[in-house]
Ligand binder design. Structure first.
Ligand code: DGL
Length: 266
């Protein structure tokens, strides 16, 4: 048993979708979440900047005595996972990409679409991982850079968002001919309603959910599950946006938690 909290982070509020899933799958676990709302989106920034920001956050979460780090962000996983694991070899650091790819391959998908930020698509990490696990798999990818800023602006359930999704997806879905779609950004489960309405035949795979299944497996195998912890979940944001507060209130209404403003040193 290990009652220390799990450190979870994202560039903003998208990673809260992973925390929601964590509470569902592992209700005894406690969380320290960091959303870098002042510097979001990461997906259009350079690899050096993404690595620098992610390192600052993980340094903070490790200093808070977390037992595991869950990178609830595809962009950080694509660009910074290796360097973070090198920096902290003794702490399990889990990224969103490998568990998602494993799930898709295990379900026998042969033609897969991937949508994500520019940085994630530019790294081709999903394509490489999918082909490594299944050399015959067909993969088509599309970057959807306007979705994250719209989510962070609180415009998720609007016609503007539906049009944005359509703008990125219509040709992509028609030309790709796939029936399985990876939501390769942890903000995208928040637009799953639009995707289901516009493309009801697509099967959606959420990277936010798969990373939690992987965390559960590692905690169970290493006898590190929490039980009866008295720690209260803490949410930190580098800019206390109304949307971050509204999203935490909506997702975690029934849990005990505190939200704080915290800027990390440059
Ligand atoms: N949720 C992050 C991801 O999964 C969003 C990236 C961004 O800030 O652009 O990639």
């Amino acid at each position: 048993m290990d009652n220390r909290p799990i450190g979870v982070f994202d560039s903003g509020l998208g990673g809260l979708t992973s925390v929601h899933e964590l509470h569902r799958q592992l209700p005894e676990e406690k969380v320290i979440y960091y959303g870098d709302t002042a510097r979001t989106p990461y997906g259009s920034k350079s690899p050096e900047t993404i690595i620098k920001f992610a390192t600052q956050i993980v340094d903070y979460l490790v200093a808070r005595n977390t037992k595991m780090i869950l990178i609830a962000c595809n962009t950080v996983t694509a660009l910074a996972l290796d360097s973070l694991r090198e920096r902290y070899p003794a702490i399990p650091i889990i990224g969103v990409i490998e568990p998602t790819v494993r799930k898709v391959v295990s379900e026998g998908c042969s033609n897969v679409g991937v949508i994500a930020t520019k940085a994630t698509i530019g790294s081709d990490v999903y394509g490489r991982e999918l082909r490594r696990m299944d050399p015959d798999i067909k993969v088509c990818s599309a970057a959807c850079p306007a979705i994250v800023p719209l989510v962070e602006e609180g415009l998720t359930d609007t016609d503007i968002m539906e049009l944005t999704v359509k703008h990125y997806m219509d040709d992509f879905v028609r030309e790709g001919g796939f029936s399985d779609l990876i939501l390769g950004c942890t903000h995208y489960p928040l637009v799953a309603g639009h995707l289901r309405k516009l493309y009801p035949d697509l099967r959606l795979y959420s990277s936010s959910a798969e990373v939690v299944s992987e965390a559960r497996r590692i905690l169970t195998e290493n006898d590190m599950l929490a039980s009866g912890s008295e720690f209260t979940d803490r949410y930190y944001a580098s800019d206390m946006s109304d949307n971050f507060i509204a999203m935490t209130d909506m997702l975690f209404r029934d849990t005990d938690f505190k939200i704080h403003l915290l800027k990390l040193e440059e």
